[in-house]
Design a protein around this ligand. Sequence first.
Ligand SMILES: *Cc1c(COP(=O)(O)O)cnc(C)c1O
Length: 406
Amino acid sequence: MRVQADTASLYPFPPKNPMTRATNHRFETRAIHAGQESDPQNGAVMTPIYFSSTFEQDAPAKPRGGYEYSRTSNPTRTALQDNLASLEGASWGLAYASGLAATNALLDRLVPGDHVVAANDLYGGSYRIFMSVFHRYGIEFDFVDATDPATVEAKMRPRTRYVFLETPSNPLLSICNIRELATIAKKNGALTIVDNTFATPYLQTPLELGADLVMHSLTKYIGGHSDVVGGAVMGNDPALLEDLAFYQNAVGAQMGPMEAFLFLRGIKTLPVRMDRHCANAQRIAESLEGHDRVERVLYPGLPSHAQHALAGRQMRNFGGMVSFELAGTVETANHVATETQLFTLAESLGGVESLIEVPASMTHASIPAAEREKAGLRDGLVRLSVGIENVEDLLEDLERTIAAAP
Ligand SMILES: *Cc1c(COP(=O)(O)O)cnc(C)c1O
């Protein structure tokens, strides 16, 4: 089966365009086939894991198959990059050692005095790399409520290079209007970057809504099995590819071939996993909303969600993440997070198994308490990554634990 791929060409120069070869296939088909072909030598159906740091050349500077050295490019990584590009409707993709390595690569393009407008409800590690690493190098950041386009517009400066968004956001699951914010960014000469980790390209394709770049922690839904760490950036502008590929080769935070293989394996089931994640999360959110010990449920699929209508337009379904607040103290939240049996108390998300955590003391502890409060992230907020187990079992686990909480 050959959907598209030309493994003999040197990736990423020149950029391949998976969409030109895969536009007649739908998402589920591209998830399984894009970027991949049976191994021409032995017929292996699965993409081989090219554990080779270097590649034979026919003459000096004439690499036989287009590959020279695996920091620069590796065939297994190329297959993943082409696959991800196809899913995001991009013409190119680059795979990194982690989601934060991908964010780092984007920030590496900035110089002192450059400015970034970022949503104030972000993955905690994104906040940390902004403020604890790049801020020291003279890059300036403003954190704003991105659900209100006017506040984003008001922060734009002549040196604003990026508008950095996460939607649905983490952990408050608010939705910002990608199309509207991308228009504001463009008008001000800035690029729009969307962290699409929570939605995945199955539910939302930011490039089609006007974003310039989309990034991922592949560690989450794309991998889907909580067994591998990686990140990626996808886009359409060949100049940005050239720039980022230069940095990736120069800096060396690229993904290894084993990880690339594991992600390709995970992506094949992304659509069926996401369908179940969404269905289970919707049921759980509705049930929690009706619970008398639950004060607030945050899930874009609930009509009570502040941006429910926007989510319905911008996304194809509402995702697998649910956050809620219980009546009571932080101890009540800690009890529930600790005592559930099927929901494992752990950071991360997006795997087939359900996880539970308390963001203020775990994933978002690196954000100062005052900033958390400003963004509306209370200490007692509980975040669920709803897995694909039987939803009745998940509901029973939550109800039993909430009933026993102090
Ligand atoms: C986990 C996560 C990241 C960071 O990715 P790593 O793979 O852990 O480096 C970035 N953004 C979001 C939304 C995440 O959930």
